[in-house]
Design a protein around this ligand. Structure first.
Ligand code: RB5
Length: 144
């Protein structure tokens, strides 16, 4: 599976750790930036990730966005049609949002979670399939 990842300066260090973690697990990872700790604007990187997720023809790619809180990234990403970005700081939410909401982007705040929990959230999100239950498909179609 291809994972598209982006961050602002607040999420930069955690993003590097996530990329290492995912590459060690054999994932193909595309990093759209940012490329340093220098202050930058999170909506720029949210858009770079959403552009790639919406352009993915077979819809198999998943995205990860990291900023200080994860909140700005999730707000920016969810403005884009076809994007279902979920802000998750626990594994239960990461599992539930894949099963119920078919979320295609995971947002996290590097100032909220430590790297150990972040990796468990990432693994849960990427490894949990959408349930394909009729009720969830119906509910998603009501807003997306
Ligand atoms: C940057 O200071 C911070 O505002 C950003 O990383 C994020 O938390 C926005 O929601």
């Amino acid at each position: 599976m291809k994972v598209i990842i982006g961050s602002d300066h607040g999420g930069y260090e955690l993003k590097l750790e996530i990329i290492d973690h995912l590459k060690n697990k054999g994932y193909e990872v595309v990093d759209v930036g940012c490329d340093s700790n220098a202050s930058c604007d999170y909506p720029v990187y949210a858009k770079k990730v959403t552009d790639k997720i919406t352009a993915d023809e077979d819809k198999s790619s998943l995205g990860i966005l990291v900023c200080g809180t994860g909140i700005g990234m999730s707000m920016a990403a969810n403005k884009v049609e076809g994007i279902r970005a979920a802000l998750c700081h626990d594994t239960f939410s990461a599992q539930a949002t894949r099963e119920h909401n078919n979320a295609n982007i995971l947002c996290m705040g590097a100032r909220v979670v430590g790297p150990g929990l972040a990796m468990m959230i990432v693994d849960t999100f990427l490894e949990t399939p959408f349930s394909n239950d009729e009720r969830h498909i119906r509910r998603i179609s009501m807003y997306s």
